[in-house]
Design a protein around this ligand. Structure first.
Ligand SMILES: Nc1ncnc2c1ncn2[C@@H]1O[C@H](COP(=O)(O)OP(=O)(O)OP(=O)(O)O)[C@@H](O)[C@H]1O
Ligand SMILES: O=C(O)[C@@H](O)C(=O)CO
Length: 433
C-alpha cells in the first residue's frame, strides 16, 4: 500500500450518521485517500490511513448531545494528528428545529479557534444542487421533494441561509453561483470578504462536480469544512498540492473474504422497496413481519431456518421493507420507536447468527439498520473500498481480536440502482449470481 508523505492521517471527519459516514469515505477513496471509518471514537489508532471518518449518531439527538459527541470526536481526531477537519451532514440538510448542524459547526469552530467555515450539502450525482442558497432535489425544491414529510427532520424551507441562520447565533452568509462559477480564486476572495463582514458560516452554491473541486481548492486553508459528501471531492487535491499525498494514488484495495452472502433490508424507502422487488424476481427472500415479532412469534428462528436452506446454494434476502402505508399501520399499532427497534433487533440477531454460520458478506439497506447490525456484529472500524453506486462503497471490517474479516456494503435508504443488491454482492466477491 502506498502511504502519504506525512506519518499521520491528514483529514479528520465527523459524520452525523452511519451510512452518511460511508458516503463521505467513498468520496475520499475515489480521490486517492486511504480511508478508515470508525464506529464512534475508536479505542485503537487506525493504521495506513490518509483520512479517518468517525461515524456518530448525532443527526436527531438533542443539540447538546450532538455537540458533546462531535467535540469528543474532534478531540480524538486531533490526537491522531489530523490537519484539517470535516463535518458531514445529509445532502438534504436534514435537521431539527434546534439543529444540529448550526450548533455543531459553532462548537467545532470554537474548539479549533477558527472564525469561518463553509456549509455545502451539494451532491450532483444524486441530484442535490444549490442555487442562490436554495437546495434542489433533482427538479424540485427541498420543501417540495417529499423531505417536507420526513418523520424526524421535516425540511419545510429550501432556503438554507434561512434554515442555518435559525440554528445559530453566528452570522450566516452566502457565496452565490455567479462567484462560484468563476472558480477557486474568486471563491477565495469571497471567503475573505465574508470573513471581514463577520460571517462565520457561508452556504455555498454549486451545480456540478467541477464547482465542488473549485470550492475545495478555495478551502485549503480552512481548519474546518462542512457539507455533504460531494464537497469532500475537492479536498484531497489540496494535500497533493502541499506534497502530503501522492497524486493518482489507488486507495480502494480491500482484503478478500470467503463465505456465504446475505442481504438485510430494514429500510422502507422508495429506492429500497424497488430493490427488494427486483431481488425477489430472481432470488430467495424472507419477510420479517413486525406485528408477528411484537406478538413474540419465533420469527428470527424461522428466518434462520430459511437461510439455512438456501445459503449453500445462493445468497438470500431478509427484509422488513414494505410500503409507506403498511409502515404507517404498523407504527400506529406498535408506536414508531417500538416498531423500528423490534425490526432492528431482529435483523441484528439474525446477522449475528448468520455470521456464526459462516456468512462473510453482508449488504445492509438503511442507515439505522446498518448501525444496529454493524454494532451487533461487533465491528468497530471499516476500511473503505471502491464505489458500488454513488454514495455507497464496498467496505471491509478491520478485525481486532482474531475475528473474521467481513465484507460489507451499507446503503443509505435512498441510494442505489434497482439491481443494487446483486451488484453489491458481486463487488464484495460473490460469484454465484
Ligand atoms: N415494515 C416496517 N414497519 C415499521 N417500521 C419499519 C418497517 N420496516 C422498517 N422499519 C423501520 O424503519 C426504520 C428505517 O430506518 P433506516 O435508517 O434503516 O432506513 P432509511 O431511513 O430508509 O435509511 P437512511 O437513514 O439511510 O435514509 C428502521 O428503524 C426500521 O426498523
Ligand atoms: O448525504 C446523504 O444524502 C447521505 O450520505 C446521508 O447522510 C443519508 O442519510
Amino acid at each position: 500500500m502506498q502511504s502519504n508523505t506525512a506519518s499521520s492521517p491528514l483529514l479528520g471527519c465527523i459524520a452525523d450518521d452511519f451510512t452518511g459516514a460511508t458516503d463521505l469515505a467513498n468520496m475520499l477513496v475515489r480521490e486517492g485517500m486511504r480511508t478508515v471509518q470508525t464506529i464512534g471514537v475508536s479505542a485503537t489508532t487506525p493504521q495506513d490511513v490518509d483520512a479517518i471518518v468517525v461515524a456518530l449518531k448525532s443527526r436527531t439527538v438533542p443539540a447538546a448531545e450532538a455537540v458533546a459527541d462531535s467535540l469528543a470526536a474532534l478531540s480524538w481526531l486531533q490526537q491522531q494528528g489530523c490537519r484539517q477537519f470535516f463535518f458531514k451532514y445529509c445532502s438534504t440538510f436534514d435537521s431539527t428545529a434546534k439543529g444540529n448542524i448550526g450548533p455543531v459547526i459553532d462548537a467545532l469552530l470554537q474548539a479549533l479557534g477558527s472564525d469561518f467555515t463553509i456549509a455545502c450539502p451539494v451532491f450532483p450525482e444524486t441530484g442535490r444542487t444549490l442555487y442562490r442558497g436554495h437546495l434542489f432535489i433533482q427538479d424540485q425544491l427541498l420543501n417540495e421533494s417529499g423531505m417536507q414529510n420526513h418523520p424526524l427532520t421535516p425540511m419545510t424551507d429550501a432556503n438554507l441561509v434561512r434554515v442555518l441562520q435559525q440554528q445559530t447565533p453566528s452570522k450566516v452568509g452566502l457565496i452565490a453561483y455567479p462567484a462560484v462559477a468563476q472558480g477557486s480564486e474568486k471563491i477565495h476572495t469571497e471567503i475573505a470578504g465574508l470573513r471581514q463582514q463577520g460571517v462565520r458560516m457561508a452556504i455555498v452554491d454549486a451545480l456540478e462536480n467541477q464547482d465542488l473541486y473549485a470550492i475545495g481548492a478555495a478551502c485549503a486553508d480552512l481548519s474546518l469544512v462542512t457539507g455533504g459528501s460531494g464537497i469532500a471531492l475537492g479536498l484531497p487535491a489540496n494535500f497533493v498540492k502541499a506534497g502530503l499525498l501522492q497524486p493518482g494514488a489507488k486507495a480502494s484495495a480491500l482484503p478478500g473474504v470467503e463465505g456465504w452472502s446475505v442481504v438485510l433490508a430494514g429500510s422502507a424507502s422508495k429506492a429500497t422497496n424497488a430493490q427488494v422487488a427486483a431481488w425477489m424476481e430472481k432470488h430467495p427472500a424472507f419477510r420479517l413481519d413486525p406485528l408477528a415479532l411484537a406478538r413474540g412469534e419465533p420469527i428470527v428462528a424461522q428466518a434462520l431456518a430459511f437461510a439455512d436452506k438456501h445459503l449453500e446454494q445462493q445468497p438470500l434476502l431478509i427484509y422488513a421493507t414494505t410500503t409507506p402505508e403498511q409502515v404507517r399501520q404498523v407504527q400506529a399499532e406498535l408506536g414508531v420507536e417500538r416498531a423500528g427497534q423490534l425490526i432492528e433487533q431482529a435483523l441484528a440477531d439474525i446477522a449475528v447468527a448468520l455470521q456464526a454460520s459462516g456468512v462473510r458478506r453482508f449488504v445492509i439497506a438503511g442507515g439505522e439498520t446498518s448501525g444496529a447490525v454493524v454494532k451487533a456484529l461487533d465491528v468497530h472500524a471499516l476500511r473503505i473500498g471502491a464505489q458500488i453506486d454513488p454514495g455507497v462503497p464496498a467496505t471491509a471490517s478491520i478485525a481486532t481480536d482474531g475475528s473474521p474479516v467481513l465484507a460489507l456494503a451499507l446503503k443509505s435508504g435512498n441510494f442505489g440502482s434497482v439491481d443494487f443488491f446483486e451488484k453489491a454482492l458481486r463487488q464484495l466477491g460473490e460469484t454465484r449470481l
